[in-house]
Design a protein around this ligand. Structure first.
Ligand code: NAP
Ligand code: GCO
Length: 267
């Protein structure tokens, strides 16, 4: 029986995959047999940091490029470069993302727009650039990295929640529009993951005590802990592989049970 979860021979592009969730998804793809990993970052210094991370992990089948995912011309040019230097794009993971934690009434329009541009418009731009080849081949996998904020709101993350809620529906619409080409587009909704993006929420207080948000999230997660980015690798391999060919338009929440749990009663 062929290994339904194998990524043998597949090329995967993980946007913003220098570190954090994207980097860990890349590692899982390599472990599943991926032929090439492609990633991009916004400048040479960040790209080099990513290349160093892959080298330290012993991953050599990796191709890194400078590209701002919000720049449609740069994305179109990168797709051509990838075709010339690496080959076809079998799997796309729209991972690149930012967050700005600002009370909505204090947020400037340009700050709101910046988050929307990276977290929602960019997945549209990159997916639109990759879909034609997937349509031609009548095969492709697109995975959009959504969020708890695709379902829930909280203070100070209005732009991020709007973007990630939109990304959930963009995922469903790509499924609807391109499923007939044997293209599966699904989302992963990570819970609270220990990466640089959430580091401010875990910082020790001046008196050495835990950040209140750290305690809050542990009370909202049945396992009572932050998740590790490596824990997203298995779900990503599933959605990138033939094991999920009949799964489309689904948001797979990898949240340790947060969405199912009212929260631990304070002692
Ligand atoms: P992260 O540590 O902040 O990494 C984000 C990556 O995206 C970085 O490599 C960043 O590059 C890159 N990036 C940002 N803007 C870009 C742009 N315009 N063009 C190209 N690359 C860009 O984030 P993370 O925690 O790994 O999160 C990755 C994804 O998961 C994001 O979409 C995030 O919203 C989502 N997510 C995270 C969590 C969590 O708890 N951490 C939970 C749910 C969802 P630079 O470093 O050069 O800026
Ligand atoms: C926040 C966090 C979250 C996580 C993630 C949760 O400020 O609440 O950054 O947004 O990044 O999206 O799924």
């Amino acid at each position: 029986m062929t290994n339904l979860f194998s990524l043998e021979g597949k090329n995967a592009w993980i946007t913003g995959g220098s570190y954090g969730i994207g980097f860990n998804i890349a590692k899982a793809f390599v472990a599943a047999g991926a032929k090439n990993i492609i990633f991009n970052d916004i400048n040479e210094a960040a790209l080099q940091r990513g290349l160093d991370n892959y080298a330290e992990a012993g991953i050599t089948n990796v191709h890194g490029y400078v590209c701002d995912v919000t720049d449609e011309k740069a994305v179109a040019a990168l797709v051509q470069t990838i075709h010339a230097e690496v080959g076809q794009i079998d799997i796309l993971v729209n991972n690149a993302g930012i967050i700005k934690r600002i009370p909505m009434h204090e947020m400037e329009r340009k700050e709101f727009q910046q988050v929307i541009d990276v977290d929602l418009v960019a997945p549209f731009i990159v997916s639109s650039a990759v879909l034609p080849e997937m349509m031609e081949r009548r095969e492709g996998k697109i995975i959009n990295i959504c969020s708890m904020m695709s379902e829930l709101g909280r203070e100070t993350v209005s732009a991020y929640a709007a973007a990630k809620g939109g990304l959930k529906m963009l995922t469903r619409n790509i499924c609807s529009e391109y499923g007939e080409y044997n293209i599966q587009c699904n989302g992963i909704g990570p819970g609270y993951i220990a990466t640089p993006q959430t580091a401010p929420l875990r910082e020790k207080q001046p008196d050495g005590s835990r950040h209140p948000f750290d305690s809050f999230i542990c009370a909202k997660t049945p396992a009572g802990r932050w998740l590790d980015p490596s824990e997203l690798g298995g779900p990503a391999v599933f959605l990138a592989s033939h094991a999920s060919d009949a799964v489309n338009g689904h948001i797979l929440y990898v949240d340790g049970g947060i969405l199912a749990y009212i929260g631990k009663q304070p002692k």
